[in-house]
Design a protein around this ligand. Sequence first.
Ligand SMILES: Cc1cc2nc3c(=O)[nH]c(=O)nc-3n(C[C@H](O)[C@H](O)[C@H](O)COP(=O)(O)OP(=O)(O)OC[C@H]3O[C@@H](n4cnc5c(N)ncnc54)[C@H](O)[C@@H]3O)c2cc1C
Length: 809
Amino acid sequence: MPDLRSLALGGLVILLIKILQSLLFKRRRSMFSLDSVRPPAPHVADRKLRAKVLKQSFSPEKVPHGLDAIVIGSGIGGLSAAALLAKAGKKVLVLEQNDQAGGCCHTFIEKGYEFDVGIHSVGEFGRTGLSRTLLDQLTDGQLEFVPIDPVYDVLKLRYLSEKSASYDFCSPKERWISTLKKQFPGEEEAVDKFIRYIEESTSFIFVFGVVKFLPLWLSKLVIKLGIIDWFTPYSKWASRSAQSVVEELTDNEDLRTAFTYLWAIAGVIPSDVSFNVMALLHHHYYGGSYYPRGGASEIPFHIIPVIEKSGGKVLVNANVKKIVLDESASRAVGVVVEKDSKSFKIAAPIIISNANVTVTLTKLLPEKVGKRAIQYPVLSRVRPSVPCMEIFLGLNASNEELKLSAQNYTCVMDNNIEELYRKYRRMPIEEALNAEPPVIYLAFPSAKDPTHDQRHPGKATCTIIGPAEYEWFRPWENESFLHRNDRYEEIKKTIGHRLIEQACKLFPQIRDKIDLVVIRSPLSHNHYLGRTTGDIYGLYGDIERFKLETQALLRPETGIEGLFLSGQDVMTSSLLGAAIGGVFCASKILNRNLMNELNGLMKEAEKRENRSSPARRMPIEEALNAEPPVIYLAFPSAKDPTHDQRHPGKATCTIIGPAEYEWFRPWENESFLHRNDRYEEIKKTIGHRLIEQACKLFPQIRDNIDLVVIRSPLSHNHYLGRTTGDIYGLYGDIERFKLETQALLRPETGIEGLFLSGQDVMTSSLLGAAIGGVFCASKILNRNHMSELDGLMKEAEKRENRTWPSPAR
Ligand SMILES: Cc1cc2nc3c(=O)[nH]c(=O)nc-3n(C[C@H](O)[C@H](O)[C@H](O)COP(=O)(O)OP(=O)(O)OC[C@H]3O[C@@H](n4cnc5c(N)ncnc54)[C@H](O)[C@@H]3O)c2cc1C
């Protein structure tokens, strides 16, 4: 809990920011709208149709006329900036050097196996949060994220030794904390303190965004005077390494490693990474870990149409060789694209570079101009992030056969991992070829994507990431990737196969199923992601990078008129960080605070969601641990006078409880007989919570339960022909019963010969649906059956009164 002083000071900072915002940005109606979010269309699996969006190859004729902006690079950072400009009506051209769009979000298919290269899981997608709100706007709601296993990360410690230990990290936060405490008995105080530190250090993390928004001179002044440090503990946590904090918390070495295991994902060792970045990573996964439904390429696939709607284009095989400047070299006015040894000059008043900051300032601009950029001093303070080996395995068996889980595994050789990692990377290549890589990160993406088994039946995939040193591969950096010699292949394969061997020791069931091996070296990252030192994350995320002084420089505007930066270097290395880099960039260009607009939208979405159903939208892992807030219960056997005769000695109970369709959507296309263990687990856990509530209300039934049948929303799809588990047809809200709506909900459809009947035509109930049938037949027979029934009713009443005079009479 932050103390009162920090709260008051925090409030003051927010007030100041609001005043500055109103001075800096024009007040306008929000560019975003919840109404642009449409329900996701069915997944497009056809490779030709996908290529039409993702692989539009560059040719000068395809360049639209009258461009408002050019974006160099089609990573999420470039695409988000482009889509936001497009939403403001701008015509934007995105140029990508690779043969397909997406940057780290691209996927590739080989021998029928599909692999994504740079997204394993992302957080903050459970409830209406910033991630979902932003991605919904960027894709008009077409992108879906599905939760992976509630135990989203597993740390395998001393994984090659007999003293191995395994630690689970799970969501929601409360379960994460209790699991950690259970795994480390006696360390409860250290765990509690760690959580407190996470809360404190992340509560003011937004200030690193503020110093980018303010004009540079003002940021510098505020930082120099230490004003932010009076108000917030940002610098306190940003200047301390994660390692130094955890060393203070506990002597238990396994727990220290567990507190900092996310370093392997961030690519920054615990002594280098600031505590607040480590805290931010833990915080990011509090609500669980998610994966893009249909794979990572769904991200560019659904953003590109939004860019095209305003006349823009995303063209690939378009290597930007340089940024063109005006005569005085003070303004960016275009780019030069090189393709098939030809150069093409394209002009636009705004140029955004999503290629990383090092490439932009040292390769795409003349040296003198690059040095003038606001960001240039950062290059001597922060080095590029680390390189790695990436291995993709195609497995010729299904996820189910191989019992693969939708989890990520971080495997470290021992608690002195930093020492081992540094030593490994410093090794000369001959030594490295004979050494065991001391850390591997491993996942089975096929198990995370609910559409995978349908798209690639009988197949599964595994991705392994291991450490590497760029120097081992530097001799071939200037050779085309098809013409590197045998020695390069030998190095790549030897290191790659060591990592595969380790993976097979960890998961022996995959050994005999390996059908395809693709090994990528740091040079592959140069090739596919336009890097220069095999770096996977742009700038290295160390303490220096997250100092306020550095953050103030890592901003979208470059100081060179017309030239802006977007993506992970402007913000943080992650899908969300790079996308927000795009938001910051578009904000600067459009001179509006899009973060504020998104925040407003997020609140509106939250309100709408709460209004439509307060119990909805809890992520599944949270729901599995929550009490359903309402149940409906009845004993039908007691209502039917014939029951005891027909079923002597038996009674029945029916319970209805709330559910969210998203919890079950991953299995919606699987036959009800072939849904997997996870489906059964979810169905049973929620079902048994409801049964437990019923037993508390009617304790006498507890010991007499002889049969349990649990039906999920998917059972309603199956038995009642629904599509989203809905039980009553259309939702019976105010909108539905407005006269305008009711006038439309009628039997005739306007399509000759086609009529509707049932509950949607009338109301959701037995009588309502039957009257729907009466209305329908009336229309078809062109008679007023309701009137006829009314007449009959009156006649029946009369008859009844005649034969059975009421007792009162
Ligand atoms: C192996 C790996 C695993 C990861 N796992 C996760 C994860 O699980 N969760 C998560 O949130 N994040 C993860 N990340 C990080 C995340 O993917 C990135 O931070 C983010 O996608 C970067 O987006 P970006 O737009 O800044 O850059 P990029 O995606 O790198 O895009 C830059 C684009 O610019 C292009 N380009 C460069 N130079 C030129 C040029 N001269 N001309 C034309 N085009 C050019 C490149 O080809 C590239 O397509 C991972 C990254 C990697 C590499």
